[in-house]
Design a protein around this ligand. Structure first.
Ligand code: URA
Length: 306
């Protein structure tokens, strides 16, 4: 393993401490544990990097050195990929939000999945929200085929045996039941690949449509597909708390970034609203209609819906 790929840069423990990852001692331990990579290569203690030039990650999550932290909440439309760039040339989530400073998505939504996604350059928060040990809840509205039996619902709630192991208990509420399809609200705290789709498919009810309606305490019933907004300071603080992070959230990241009168507007709101209405009309015509955030996360519970 290379120890010093960029001798002209600063030592990683100093850079990480400045970026908010803890004391230099704590950051030394992160490096020594092999959790820090520079330009894709895991480095050893003593390695250096150049902020703004080298890509530094902790547990795969990019570290922001700019000192200016931004937080966006996007309602990801279906068909948009949750990566910074796509070899197949499909639209990406980072193309929807401002490009400076560079942000990255917190966790993943499948290309076909819609709903709430955070984009930020705050590596510490991203790491906290996605780390399996923190178990931040994510709530999804799933349109599934058929009507799940009591046994299928119980399996979803207790744990489903997937090829990568048993899933943790989930909260599941039945929102609508019709012979041609049902709507379920499912809350999980793991972040496995295509987890909700695989859980539903395994119990015999493949997902037709999947929408994420809440991330921990964060929800937004008014944001329509393709729209984004800045998180409020209170929302950032709540996310820090949900992720179990000791460091308080920045005081007013948006004011620092844009100034009080310079917040960028989410573009083409009117056109997106119209498209959203058209989509809803189409779903009503098909006999099923669930809207992101239409059921608040507070109403879910393991015993409800049976
Ligand atoms: N579960 C899925 O199946 N897909 C997602 O995008 C998120 C959770």
């Amino acid at each position: 393993m290379p120890t010093d790929p960029h001798p002209e840069g600063d030592r990683l423990q100093k850079l990480l401490a400045t970026a908010g990852y803890g004391s230099r001692r704590v950051c030394e331990e992160l490096v020594a544990a092999g959790r820090v990579a520079v330009n894709g290569t895991v480095v050893e203690l003593g390695a250096r990097a150049r902020p703004g030039v080298d890509d530094v990650t902790v547990d795969g999550v990019p570290v922001a050195f700019s000192g200016v932290l931004v937080y966006y909440l996007l309602h990801k439309p279906a068909g948009v990929v949750t990566t910074a760039s796509d070899p197949q040339g499909r639209p990406t989530v980072v193309e929807i939000v401002p490009s400076d400073p560079r942000v990255f998505p917190v966790g993943r939504l499948d290309t076909a999945t819609e709903g709430l996604l955070i984009l930020t350059n705050d590596g510490e928060l991203a790491h906290g929200l996605t780390h399996p040990s923190r178990g931040v809840d994510k709530t999804y509205l799933a349109e599934v085929e058929g009507v799940p039996s009591r046994a299928a619902l119980r399996q979803l709630r207790m744990g489903v045996a997937l090829d990568d192991g048993l899933t943790a208990p989930a909260r599941v509420t039945v929102i609508a039941e019709r012979p041609e399809g049902s709507a379920l609200q499912i809350t999980i705290h793991e972040g496995r690949n295509r987890q909700v789709r695989r859980m539903c498919e395994t119990v015999g009810h493949p997902v037709r449509r999947l929408v994420r309606s809440a991330i921990g305490p964060l929800t937004d019933q008014r944001l329509t597909a393709g729209e984004w907004r800045d998180l409020t300071v209170a929302e950032v603080r709540d996310l820090y708390a949900a992720a179990g992070l000791a460091r308080p959230a920045p005081v007013d990241p948006m004011a620092k970034r844009y100034g009080p009168d310079k917040r960028p507007a989410s573009p083409a709101r009117g056109a997106r609203r119209q498209r959203q209405r058209d989509d809803a009309e189409q779903r009503r015509a098909e006999g099923l209609d669930i809207e992101p955030g239409s059921v608040g996360p507070g109403s879910v519970g393991p015993e409800a819906g049976e």
